[in-house]
Design a protein around this ligand. Structure first.
Ligand code: GDP
Ligand code: ADP
Length: 206
């Protein structure tokens, strides 16, 4: 059987739900086959964030140049800034058989859904809206005004939850990681079985 192309795993969910925390925990585990796709953004770096590690930080005109040159798999404007996924890296890693993780908001995820129908779409949900607010406030990285805008955006984002293949509650980071790992293993098994069945049928002499 031919080597499977890597999965494209899209992790979405409202700001503050814990996407970054869960993703970093998943990537710290040994024996994973995941690659993280670093996004482009026009937002300013937060304290401690490093260019080309946390994001590729771009000016608005640089970002618009990337859009024009068709270098992004998807992009969206979120609470006043652009965010987007570099296309070349995703293709290169998937072709090498690696699973690629995107950590993106819901508008971008919808674009990926239409361009990459075999993507795996996981929505990370908070236990409640009040817990989401506590996490956003507790992180201490945004002003009260930005937190209010992000909470407002969260209400619309939660409406998109039913469009995802899986909804994972981030009650405890470890539980959320276990659920995501289980989903990915199950998806690999399913896709291998489907592919095997397909090739077995092609071998039939009819
Ligand atoms: N569409 C899209 N969204 C992104 C991308 N990178 C990050 N985001 C999302 O943009 C939103 C804001 O990101 P950020 O300012 O880093 O805040 P944080 O995710 O709450 O720490 C989050 O929901 C991110 O998941 C991207 O490449 N494309
Ligand atoms: N399961 C969890 N329980 C409690 N706090 C959490 C949990 N997951 C993440 N957090 C905290 O919530 C805040 C937001 O998490 P973060 O990963 O930055 O979210 P996102 O990337 O979705 O914006 C951080 O302070 C983080 O430590």
């Amino acid at each position: 059987m031919r080597n499977q192309r890597g999965l494209l795993i899209v992790l979405s969910g409202p700001s503050g739900v814990g996407k970054g925390t869960v993703r970093k925990e998943l990537f710290s585990q040994p024996d994973t086959n995941y690659e993280y796709s670093i996004s482009m953004t026009t937002r300013s770096p937060r304290e401690g964030e490093v260019d080309e590690v946390d994001y590729f930080f771009k000016t608005k005109s640089e970002f618009e140049g990337l859009i024009e040159e068709d270098q992004l798999l998807e992009y969206a404007e979120f609470v006043g800034n652009y965010y987007g996924t570099p296309l070349a890296y995703v293709n290169k890693m998937r072709d090498a058989g690696r699973d690629v993780f995107l950590e993106i908001e819901v508008q971008g995820a919808a674009q990926v859904r239409s361009k990459v129908p075999d993507g795996l779409f996981i929505f990370l949900a908070p236990p409640s809206l009040s817990e989401l607010e506590e996490r956003l406030v507790g992180r201490g990285t945004e002003s009260d005004e930005v937190i209010a805008s992000r909470l407002q955006a969260a209400r619309q984002e939660l409406e998109m939850m039913n469009l995802y293949d899986y909804v994972v509650e981030n009650d405890e980071v470890e539980n959320a990681c276990d659920r995501i790992n289980a989903i990915i293993i199950a998806e690999h098994c399913k896709r291998e079985r489907v592919e095997k069945r397909y090739f077995d049928m092609l071998k039939e002499n009819v």
